[in-house]
Write a protein of this length. Structure first.
Length: 210
């Protein structure tokens, strides 16, 4: 286990996209599971948590998906893992479990649980696939950012990778591509380069105050 970095400023301002990692450094599964657990404290629409992760650690699976990674082979070759993030196009698939979880936490009564399950089941029957897609894209963005920041707390760096063959990733990983929408691949590992500070537009250029 690596030592934790807890300064908020270091975590948020020190994050850089890192594309090259020390490939001798593995990340223990328990540690990756902790990182995912902390990342999933992210908010999501109706708390449906539609994110699904496939953690690719083995050379065999990395080699299988490498041809889909267009210009991102260095991350594939050197990272400790490629975390493939998918959005579930049936975001309410865990509705009952999530509502029951709130009852177990003591923050919801069984009556409200049953009402909520009925209300949300009806809602998901009416809502369009386009709306669901937009929502899981947003939810996926929030959990991704959390993941990249939490990774830094554990001493690792990341690269968000959008450059991959979106139509082929789910099937290559054995997922139902009609149900799981690929959102992002996040490479993670011990940095073998410093990265660089990328330019940010001034707030005045991108903000209106009304
Ligand atoms: C949605 C998304 C997709 C990205 N895709 C790639 C990618 O395919 N390959 C890559 O090397 N970097 C990728 N990046 C990283 C960006 O180039 C990087 O975040 C940006 O230049 C800002 O740099 P910084 O992350 O170091 O602040 C992606 C970033 C985001 C948010």
């Amino acid at each position: 286990m690596v030592s934790l970095t807890n300064s908020f400023d270091d975590i948020i301002h020190g994050r850089r996209t890192i594309r090259k990692y020390d490939n001798r450094k593995r990340i223990p599964r328990e540690e990756l599971a902790k990182i995912l657990t902390e990342a999933t404290s992210a908010p999501s629409s109706l708390n449906m948590q539609p994110w699904r992760f496939i953690v690719v650690e083995s050379t065999k699976t990395k080699e299988k998906i490498k041809p889909l990674l267009t210009a991102n082979h260095i991350q594939c070759d050197t990272s400790a893992a490629l975390i493939c993030l998918f959005g579930d196009l049936q975001p309410h698939s865990n509705l009952t479990k999530i509502m029951q979880g709130s009852v177990d936490y003591g923050t919801m009564t069984p009556d409200i649980r049953d009402q909520q399950i009925e209300k949300l089941t009806n809602y998901y029957q009416r809502v369009s696939q386009e709306q669901i897609k937009n929502t899981i894209l947003l939810d996926g963005g929030l959990v991704s950012m959390n993941l990249m920041l939490v990774a830094r707390k554990y001493g690792y760096d990341t690269c968000p990778i959008g450059g991959f063959e979106k139509e082929q990733l789910a099937a290559a990983l054995g997922l139902d591509s009609g149900r799981y929408l690929p959102l992002l691949i996040i490479s993670i590992g011990k940095a073998a380069e410093k990265g660089y500070q990328s330019y940010r537009l001034p707030v005045a250029d991108i903000t209106e105050w009304l």
